[in-house]
Design a protein around this ligand. Sequence first.
Ligand code: SF4
Ligand code: SF4
Length: 109
Amino acid sequence: MKEFGYSLSPSSRVDLDKIDKIKQERLFALEPGFRKCMACGSCSATCSAGNFTDVSLRRAIAYIQNGQDLAALSLLKHCMLCGKCLVICPRGINTRNLIMNVLKVYGEK
Ligand code: SF4
Ligand code: SF4
């Protein structure tokens, strides 16, 4: 990582050079709508599972964009695939398809 004369605490440091570009491109191909997310949070606010688990699609998308794949997977593992977020998303993203493909692409060993 390039040094800029200051440092971040290790827990909040994100190294964009370590993003798995191949997996990200695969995800983009499987659900092109991923690029349209504007992080409004409507999906998380209305999430059925979010009321009693830590499911958050908005945060999971941000994690994937930052290359924090395991954190994203962890946030989606209790998703019930109910599709409520699909109905509410103002960008018309097929969120169910996105979630299923995140679990598929990043869940592979
Ligand atoms: S509702 Fe749609 S645009 Fe908003 S954060 Fe969720 S996926 Fe992104
Ligand atoms: S599909 Fe998953 S992330 Fe979307 S509202 Fe339902 S439980 Fe929440």
